[in-house]
Every structure is written in structure tokens, then in C-alpha cells.
Design a binder for this molecule. Structure first.
Ligand code: GTP
Length: 598
């Protein structure tokens, strides 16, 4: 059939098992860039990805491949992120593929996201090729990794590929396995167009660039297309494929992956998960699309300068094109003015959104303290959901409260079992299961409050297990809790944006930590600033930022004028990240810093 020479697959794995490195080798074999210009983790092209060494965005790429028997193939593949916060990126990538390379690090074995990503792939009936990576390392244990693939994943390990993505071992065999084992896409280019929008990005010169997987029909310049979600119509300007850069093509046909540009100015017309069809000969019904995202952490964003509200709105809209998991709505605060209440898939996701708004859109913003969504039963019989402390009802009106719980699954070498169990208990976890996967590895299952794992659980887990324990979770529902609203007062006034809803048993410690962090974060000013933590009218913690002793410039003894100017410049830079709250200057990261572990 016409699609016989196309293969669409994604690379999935637990974090750090080598997806991006393997993608590099595939790209290098295909000679998409010459070796002189090659840089490692070539698909991780966002600054944050390179700095943190992790993939945040799924990235599609098309490479040619000539098989041993001389057939020419078009391979479309997607490098996906491994961190739990970005599972939504993985699930969208999976919807545009027929196969998946499931990487397992031979020194680490099967980990929590190896399992969860495999289940995602199975849900979509993908052909899964297990690939054992890092076989070059001294600590590689191929035999036990094979055993885990059979035992934990239920996959046939006999046909697992042995690879070193770093040293390029086993790559030829892997290419052959891809074309032999992953099925060609179904579909016919003679049918009416039916294409899935799996991602987008915004280009200041070309407008919205829509990333598509064509399931049926074809799409080419001049054609009139329709977005099935809202019936908006546009004329296609160009189409093409991802070869690191955008490479124009005469058309995209059934089975292929690529992009479309259609002079789209109304950003909100485009929705990831929507189906694009031919306006003149529409297909009967849209493709299934994606599951709705369910944010788990909420926080408000405010522009540092209130005049930048409109610009922030525009930036969020454009960022959302490239991050379909971001949800937001209007919000306002007495201390901070107009802003947006946003939902995120985790704290790392929140940090990434903050950095992208700053770096890609040049926005100066502050985030308020993140919160989960609580369920509140009122005395009048009503039941409400609250994720914003400013909407928390008066104590007197509240009958009881519930908080979201998760089912946490932790895979760890037995050595760290004791320490991990204490950590989980400290985080109010209740063990519901414990299974020995083999002599050396255990899977622990805990019921835990989501609020406890959001903040520093993951970091702590990693540090007590020297990086060997892995963690995955599902939200299971609500359970009764005791909540209080913790207010923070600066200079005697409550700053609504710093208020938090916390579990009663944690309130004192939380209040103390926040006050200490704020004392460290808030720069000295001309006057003394008392920082207080309070529940209602009861003060439960207190710190003070002392007044400035002398002017910074005094240090320069008047002499060196360039040094003086530099200092002033630096102060100005600093100011851009400060928000005036009443008469106190609050640094932008004060809001997040209060929640991070030391
Ligand atoms: P995320 O996208 O963050 O989930 O990570 P990833 O799965 O893409 O892993 P990445 O390719 O970034 O590799 C993680 C680390 O493992 C890097 O330091 C790589 O250099 C290293 N690595 C990857 N493959 C191999 C391999 O075959 N051998 C060795 N020795 N190291 C490898």
C-alpha cells in the first residue's frame, strides 16, 4: 500500500534512561546534520532543557532510512520527556505513532515511569520494542534487565535490542527492527482529509505552526481547511516536515507527520487534539483527540508591573499553543492586582512555565504559593472546591474539609527500604502494598496526600536513595483532612498572595519555615520589616528583616564612576524582579522559595 514505507514511533522511557541520546544517534545515522555541526541532545533545543539536562517538550523529527534489503523508508519519530510532570507530552506523542521504543537503562532496570509509559503505549495498541540501553557501562546488568522486562513488563525479552546510545552500539540492528516490527500506518490519501493536531508553536513571523499527523487524505498549499472543534476555516500556505528545521514539501499524505502554516492570526482557533479536515470535502467525524488534562497544582501569576497585564495575557495564549497542559483563567488579588489563576501538572511544570514566560516572552512575573484543590463542606450543606486561599470561606462557615490523595508507587532497591518508609510516614502516607519484584528490588504502594508529595517529596526520595528509587502516582480521590488558612503578614499587613491552605498538623512548622525563608529573601530596606505567620488573629511565627545600615553606593567612596554605574544598573535589574506589596519590596522568587526544600 502507499504507506508501506512509513514508520511512526516514539521513544519512551523512565527519566535519564537515554531517550535523547538515542535520538541523537538516529539523527546522526541519517546525516540530517553533518558531524561537525552536531551537538548532543540535539532535539532538546530549549535553553531550559539544555541547562537542566532533561527533555520537557516532545519533539518530532523525520529521517530517511535505507534498509539492508535496499528499501527506502520515511521514519517519523518523537523523543519524549521522562519526568512525571510531562506525561501529557508522552501521551500526545503516542497518539501519533504505531510503535514505541521502550528504553530500559541496563544499570537501573525497570523503573516507575518505564511501567507507566508502557501502559500508555499499550492503551493505544502500539507495537512495543524493548531496548536495553547503556550496555557499555561496567554496571550494566543485561541478564537481570531482561528478566525484569519479562517479569515486570510482561514483554518478550528475547527480542529486546542491546544498545549503547552513547557509543552508537547496536544502532543498525535497531533501525532494522523498527522497519520490520513496527507496522506501517493505515490510511489512504484518496479519502477526505483527517489530521490530528498533536502540538503547535508560535512563530512571530509566520504565526501559528500546527504540528499534524495525517491519518487520512492529504493536505497541500492552496487547500481550504477547517478546524472541526470550532469550524474556523483557513487556506493552507505551506506544509512540510520536521528535519530539525522546517522543510517545505509539496504535500503531506496519509500516514505522515509534519507541519502546516495557514496565516492563522487568531491563536485560540487552534486547539491541540482537534482534527483538521478539508473544508470542501470534510471527513465524517473528528479523531478521538486527547484526554482532558487535569491540573493538580494551582498558582496565580501576576505581572510585576500591573500595566503589563494585556501583554501577559497574550504571552500565555501563545505559550499555551506549545504547552497544551497549561490551563488558566482570570484572577485578582488585593496585593497584586490583575493576574491569572493557572493549573499545572506538578511543580516542575510550574517552574518551566515561569521560565518560559520570562525567557521566550520576556515577561516579568511573580507566582503565588502553589496549592492543591481542596473540597470544603459548608455548614449550610453546600460543597465547594477551593484551590485559591483567597477564596477560602470563613472558619465559622466550614463544617469539614477534604484533600486530594494519591496512590504512590515507589520502586527501590531493598537497601533504602527503611529510609523510604520513614519518609512516606512523615508525609502522612499509609502503606497499602509491598511487593518484592526480585531479591533486590521492592515496589511500595502508599496512599498519601497529594499536597505532601508536591513540594519536596521527590527530591528527598532521590537523595535518600542516591537516585535509585523511582516514583509514580495517580490521583485516587478525596479524604477528610483538617485545614487551616495560614496568613503571612509583612509590616503588620496580611499579604493575600502569600496565604496558604495547610494541613493543621503542619501549620506551625510551615509558618516558621516561610518566615525564615522570607527573612532571607527580602532585601533590607530603609526600615525594619516584621514578618509574621498567623492563623486568624493568632501569631504563630515571627522573623524580622533589619533596616539597611548604609547606602550601597557608600562602598564606592565616590571614586570609580563605572563601578558606581554598574551597581546602579544591577539594582535596576533587581528592581524589575521586585514587586511592591504595600510598602515592602518583595522579590519575585520569594513566593516560590517559601515552598522549596533547603
Ligand atoms: P529525559 O529526557 O530527561 O527523560 O532523559 P533521557 O531519557 O533523554 O536521557 P538522556 O539521553 O538525556 O541521557 C541521560 C544520561 O545518560 C546522559 O548523561 C547520557 O550521556 C547518558 N547516556 C545515555 N545513553 C547512554 C549509553 O548508552 N551509555 C552511557 N554510558 N551513558 C548513556
Amino acid at each position: 500500500s502507499e504507506t508501506a514505507h512509513i514508520r511512526n514511533f516514539c521513544i519512551i522511557a523512565h527519566i535519564d534512561h537515554g531517550k535523547s541520546t538515542l535520538a541523537d544517534r538516529l539523527i546522526q545515522k541519517a546525516k540530517l546534520v553533518d558531524d561537525r555541526n552536531f551537538q548532543n541532545q540535539i532535539l532538546d533545543n530549549m535553553d531550559i532543557e539544555r541547562e537542566r539536562g532533561i527533555t520537557i517538550k516532545s519533539q518530532a523529527v523525520t529521517i530517511p532510512y535505507t534498509s539492508k534489503n535496499g528499501q527506502n523508508y520515511e521514519l517519523n519519530f518523537v523523543d519524549t520527556p521522562g519526568h512525571v510532570d510531562f506525561t501529557y507530552e508522552v501521551s500526545r506523542a503516542i497518539s501519533s505513532c504505531e510503535g514505541a521504543l521502550l528504553l530500559v537503562d541496563a544499570t537501573q532496570g525497570v523503573q516507575a515511569q518505564t511501567l507507566s509509559n508502557m501502559y500508555l503505549a499499550l492503551e493505544h495498541n502500539l507495537e512495543i520494542i524493548p531496548v536495553i540501553n547503556k550496555i557499555d557501562m561496567a554496571a550494566a546488568d543485561v541478564e537481570s534487565t531482561k528478566h525484569q522486562i519479562e517479569h515486570d513488563l510482561g514483554l518478550d525479552a528475547e527480542h529486546a535490542l542491546l544498545v549503547s546510545a552513547k557509543q552508537g552500539i547496536g544502532i543498525d540492528e535497531l533501525f532494522e527492527a523498527i522497519v520490520e516490527r513496527i507496522p506501517a500506518p493505515k490510511g489512504s490519501s484518496d479519502k477526505p482529509l483527517q489530521a490530528l493536531i498533536f502540538d503547535c508553536h508560535y512563530d512571530p513571523y509566520r504565526g501559528v505552526i500546527v504540528h499534524l499527523r495525517v491519518f487520512e487524505g492529504r493536505i497541500k498549499p492552496g487547500m481550504k481547511i477547517r478546524f472541526m472543534n470550532n469550524n474556523a476555516e483557513y487556506e493552507v500556505e505551506t506544509v512540510g516536515v520536521f528535519k530539525l528545521a522546517l522543510v517545505e514539501q509539496p504535500e503531506l499524505r496519509a500516514g505522515s507527520v509534519g507541519y502546516m502554516i495557514a496565516g492563522i492570526k487568531t491563536v485560540s482557533d487552534v486547539r491541540v487534539g482537534d482534527t483538521v479536515t478539508d473544508a470542501e470535502h470534510p471527513c465524517e467525524k473528528p479523531l478521538p483527540g486527547f484526554k482532558e488534562v487535569k491540573p493538580v497544582v494551582f498558582s496565580s501569576i501576576y505581572p510585576v508591573d500591573s500595566n503589563d497585564y494585556e501583554e501577559l495575557k497574550d504571552s500565555l495564549e501563545k505559550l499555551k499553543l506549545n504547552d497544551a497542559s497549561l490551563v488558566y483563567e482570570k484572577d485578582s488579588s488585593a496585593a497584586l492586582g490583575f493576574g491569572f489563576r493557572c493549573g499545572f501538572l506538578g511543580l516542575l511544570h510550574l517552574e518551566v512555565v515561569q521560565e518560559r514566560l520570562e525567557r521566550e516572552f520576556d515577561q516579568s512575573i511573580i507566582f503565588t504559593a502553589p496549592s492543591v484543590k481542596y473540597k470544603i463542606h459548608l455548614r449550610n450543606g453546600e460543597e465547594i472546591y477551593v484551590d485559591n486561599p483567597t477564596e477560602y470561606p470563613d472558619e465559622g462557615k466550614i463544617e469539614s474539609a477534604e484533600e486530594p490523595y494519591i496512590r504512590a508507587s515507589i520502586i527501590t532497591p531493598t537497601t533504602y527500604l527503611g529510609a523510604i518508609m520513614s519518609l512516606c510516614t512523615e508525609k502522612r502516607g499509609v502503606q497499602t502494598n509491598m511487593t518484592y519484584l526480585d531479591e533486590k528490588r521492592v515496589e511500595l504502594v502508599y496512599e498519601m496526600p497529594l499536597a505532601e508529595v508536591l513540594f519536596d517529596f521527590y527530591d528527598k526520595l532521590k537523595s535518600i536513595s542516591r537516585g535509585y528509587a523511582s516514583f509514580d502516582y495517580d490521583i485516587t480521590g478525596y479524604k477528610p483532612t483538617e485545614l487551616v488558612k495560614l496568613d503571612i503578614l509583612l509590616n503588620g499587613k496580611v499579604v493575600d498572595a502569600l496565604s496558604q491552605l495547610v494541613y493543621k498538623g503542619n501549620a506551625y512548622e510551615r509558618a516558621r519555615t516561610i518566615c525564615e525563608r522570607l527573612r532571607d529573601e527580602i532585601p533590607r530596606q530603609q526600615f525594619k520589616i516584621p514578618i509574621q505567620g498567623a492563623i486568624g488573629s493568632q501569631i504563630i511565627a515571627r522573623e524580622t528583616v533589619n533596616a539597611l545600615r548604609k547606602d550601597v553606593l557608600a562602598k564606592c567612596y565616590g571614586g570609580d564612576i563605572t563601578r558606581k554605574r554598574k551597581l546602579l544598573e544591577k539594582q535596576k535589574e533587581g528592581k524589575k524582579r521586585m514587586k511592591m506589596v504595600g510598602d515592602v519590596e518583595l522579590p519575585q522568587n520569594a513566593f516560590l522559595a517559601v515552598l522549596k526544600s533547603k
